[in-house]
Design a protein around this ligand. Structure first.
Ligand code: 4AZ
Length: 852
């Protein structure tokens, strides 16, 4: 219950002292003696001590009084059986002996009122059969009717109010739950029929649950309900969208009704709410009333998962609740209807190879769906199924609500990506079930026939049954998802022999990253012993001199990763404050702690935030609109999108010098798009500008791509908003340690030699140690370059991503530009990371040329 509410309801005022059970206040009655003084003289000689004793006793008595008051309050609110609280339940009744009429949509119609009356009587009757319910029931209101499904002719949605003594609340919840007989049990159906009085309604289903307490908060000042007919496609937007944030303290409902025998699709184009679902949230129901047993999803913040939802029947309810603090842009969602039998699933799969997926993938599967696939391959073969995507499950369920069942074994959850399951015959049966609440993305799967005596012909069989090329076994890279291809290997001379039995490429020894998984490859590095600290200048000092406030290494590296920042002589490991003095803290800029005396480390920090976060790529995934507000698309006349760039401020962009060479060096041939998500689809967030100045680095070396950096000045400033926002530039001494996660984004090719894609892609990579990178690449990697990638291959920037950002987020969630996409040896090739322009080396150049 809302604390405000309880305060009002029970009058939480200072009544305690009037209670005869409480002791009198000693301060209020000085005549009371608490203790006999053993030596009056002494007390008189020491009036101070006597006062202290009085105060002590007073405090003791107050504490006792307080304990009593608290106890009484606890008893009053939680244990006293005559204190009652109001409880609301939302439910639905399926009625088989009534048909739905158009008039039942209109609460002021005679037909609505008449049927609502009958429903209320029916509810009264149902509750009267239960001791608990009949005792505490106060009344019901019918909220809506819709066409029924199956045996139900009509569905009634109602709210029932109960007033229950505090200790009886659980019994009430249980009694309400007991109204719902076990699903599809004949006995249950009988039980329900018994409730039917001869002259009332024929109730064929009852579903109900407690009303979400966030919907009854007393702070909600604005409630509104919109009824929508989903015949044609249409749009729902949160109030004020897209011009202003949604209002505070609102509860909005959108009731969607489609034609009979249709379902509703609701797809969110934008959804940006406060991160905390206790404050602001949307919730979607497979119902016309906010019934918890029919809740499909609850979303808040800036979700990146699929935001397309389908109903099981022809109704859906969307709700939006906001509170006072932090209001965000809100949402825009499109609705449409589709015939119920569209998107069917299951069936007989024949042939030795094939694929199948959950219904409507990659949209969320609808609730109350059941599919069965029967796979049958050639007689002498067995079946192997591999799940590529797998997200099936309702919160808290243990493969009971939504699940996939393979030959009788249930699978659910999120950890089964790439799982392979085999049969013991030439047949396999796969079932998919979703229950009435909470939906998910679903799965994609491929099946294949195999000869049982030779499951991986010419290939290595992983423990998880995957087949991989034999050349990948014991090569130091994990290719089976369970690493079984790297177990029990005899390490080659060029490899590190890890204590845990793995073999890793020798170049990874002592590169600062734990590649073995047990740190073996980082032991005994350099000349420092186990108890010593290795300074970055090569010196060894005792571990306990680290972070002691003194520069023991001489280069400050023993003081650079400490909680406290020290003033130090300036070096490549220190940060220069505005005053010219230097401090030891690593990456102090914009970390929300003022480290420099003059606060200059926290000046100019409006950059690098995704205002609504709580976020050619090979191996990447589609990003959400506004996740990368610094990403820019550079279009050249006659070519369309050719390169990426980053927003530095309202007027300046940063890109790669190789993007603006030769035939692309003229300002007038460029048109740049900021706030763009899908190529060719400009919307209210997208801003286009021409370019008035291009400054390519004077030392750019086209042969080696050294100094691959360029600035672009826009012809007019852009207004910064949640879709156009500058990224932070790191100071020259900012450290991006190897192993750190970084994100690449762009519209470049998703396969080597492929063409650009339309939706902005993102992929996570890791910063690669420079020495390792130099040894991996055939071409020169200079100190002005930074490598990042996924060394097992498959995730990389590619053609068309050039000039775009390599984004690293600091611990406070602020984005810094670590690199500009520059070059690589192919795209996504194993052991060939992407190469980026190292921005720290150009921080002063950027300042000098653009003033940013
Ligand atoms: C390119 O051609 C390109 N794998 C950019 C990045 C990489 C390769 C090629 C890195 O623009």
């Amino acid at each position: 219950m809302d604390p405000m509410e309880s305060e009002q309801k029970f009058g939480l005022k200072q009544e305690a002292n009037e209670d005869p059970l409480l002791p009198p206040n000693p301060d209020g009655d000085p005549s009371i003696e608490f203790l006999q003084a053993s030596d009056n003289n002494e007390l008189e000689k020491e009036p101070g001590r006597r006062r202290t004793m009085w105060i002590g006793l007073g405090l003791l008595a107050s504490a006792a009084a307080l304990t009593l008051v608290t106890g009484l309050l606890v008893w009053h609110f939680h244990l006293r059986s005559d204190v009652r609280v109001k409880k609301l339940y939302i439910g639905s009744l399926g009625i088989s002996n009534q048909a739905f009429l158009a008039e039942h949509e209109d609460p002021s119609s005679h037909q609505f009122k008449k049927l609502a009356d009958l429903v209320n009587q029916q509810l009264h009757l149902i509750y009267s059969k239960n001791l608990v319910l009949s005792k505490y029931f106060r009344g019901s209101t019918v909220q809506a009717f819709s066409e029924g499904d199956g045996s139900d002719g009509i569905m009634a949605y109602y709210e029932s109010e109960f007033e229950v003594p505090v200790p009886q609340q659980t019994s009430l919840d249980e009694a309400i739950e007991s109204l719902e007989p076990p699903e599809e049990s004949q006995q249950g159906r009988q039980g329900r029929l018994l409730l039917k009085p001869k002259d009332l309604l024929d109730v064929s289903s009852v579903t109900s649950g407690a009303l979400d307490p966030r919907l009854t908060k007393t702070s909600i000042s604005d409630r509104d309900l919109t009824n929508i007919h989903v015949r044609k496609e249409g749009l729902i937007q949160s109030p004020g969208f897209p011009d202003t944030s949604y209002p505070p303290n609102i509860y909005r409902q959108w009731r969607l009704r489609a034609d009979p025998q249709h379902r509703i699709r609701l797809s969110f184009h934008t959804l940006i709410l406060e991160d905390d679902c206790q404050h602001d949230f949307i919730k979607i129901y497979d119902s016309l009333a906010p019934m918890e047993p029919r809740a499909l999803t609850e979303q808040c913040g800036y979700p990146f998962n699929s935001l397309s939802f389908l109903s099981s029947g022809n109704v859906m309810l969307l709700t939006l609740v906001t509170n006072k603090e932090k209001n965000f842009p809100g949402f825009r969602a499109f609705y449409s209807q589709l015939p119920l039998n569209d998107g069917g699933c299951g069936g007989a799969l024949r042939g030795d190879k094939g694929s199948f997926s959950s219904p409507f993938y990659p949209e969320n599967y609808p609730p109350r769906t059941s599919c069965v696939w029967t796979i049958e391959v050639s007689a002498e073969k067995f079946v192997k199924v591999q799940f590529h995507e797998f997200s099936v499950g309702s919160p808290g369920s243990e493969c009971v609500g939504d699940y996939v069942e393979v030959d009788g074994n249930r699978l659910c959850g999120r950890k089964l990506k790439n799982t392979v399951i085999t049969s013991e015959s030439n047949k396999m049966t796969i079932k998919f079930e979703s229950n009435a609440s909470y939906v998910d993305l679903g799965f994609t799967a491929q099946y294949e026939a195999f000869v049982p005596t030779n499951p991986c012909p010419g290939k290595f069989q992983c423990r998880n049954n995957m087949c991989i090329n034999t050349t990948l076994q014991c090569d130091g890279w994990s290719d089976c998802d369970d690493r079984s291809d790297e177990h029990n290997c005899k390490c080659k001379e060029s490899q590190v022999k890890c204590k845990n039995g793995l073999c890793k490429p020798g170049i990874w020894r002592c590169d600062g990253m734990d590649d073995c998984g047990d740190n073996t490859d980082e032991e005994n590095c350099g000349k420092c012993s186990g108890t010593q600290f290795s300074c970055r200048n090569g010196r060894c000092i005792s571990e306990n001199l680290k972070c002691n406030g003194q520069n023991d290494c001489g280069d400050g590296s023993d003081e650079s990763r400490c909680l406290k920042s020290l003033p130090l002589p300036c070096s490549e490991f220190t940060f220069s404050c505005g005053t010219g003095s230097c401090i030891s803290k690593q990456n102090p800029e914009c970390d929300d702690v003022s480290d420099c005396e003059d606060g200059s480390d926290e000046a100019d920090c409006s950059c690098g935030i995704r205002p609504f976060q709580s976020s050619r790529i090979v191996g990447g995934e589609i990003s959400r609109e506004g996740e990368w507000p610094w990403q820019v698309s550079l279009h050249a006349t006659g070519f369309g999108h050719v390169c990426g760039a980053s927003v530095l401020n309202a007027r300046w962009l940063l890109t790669a010098a190789h993007c603006v060479q030769d035939k692309f060096s003229q300002t007038d041939q460029w048109q740049v798009f900021l706030g763009l998500h899908v190529q060719g689809q400009t919307n209210e967030w997208t801003v286009s500008r021409k370019v008035i100045k291009i400054i390519a680095h004077e030392d750019y070396e086209p042969r080696t791509y050294d100094n691959d950096i360029a600035l672009m000045e826009l012809d007019a400033s852009v207004a910064l908003n949640q879709h156009i926002w500058p990224i932070c530039l790191p100071s020259p001494t900012y450290d991006f340690p190897s192993g750190q996660e970084a994100w690449i984004t762009g519209w470049g090719a998703t396969t080597e030699g492929g063409s650009s894609v339309s939706v902005l892609q993102k992929a996570a990579v890791r910063i690669v140690n420079s020495t390792v990178c130099k040894s991996l690449m055939t071409d020169d990697v200079t100190d002005r370059m930074l490598c990042a990638g996924v060394l097992t291959g498959g995730v990389d920037a590619c053609q068309g991503d050039s000039g775009g950002p390599l984004t690293v987020t600091n611990p406070g969630g602020r984005a810094f530009l670590a690199g500009v996409v520059s070059w690589g040896e192919g795209c996504g090739v194993r052991g060939k990371p992407g190469v980026y322009t190292r921005i720290t080396k150009f921080r002063n150049w950027i300042k000098e040329k653009s003033g940013v």
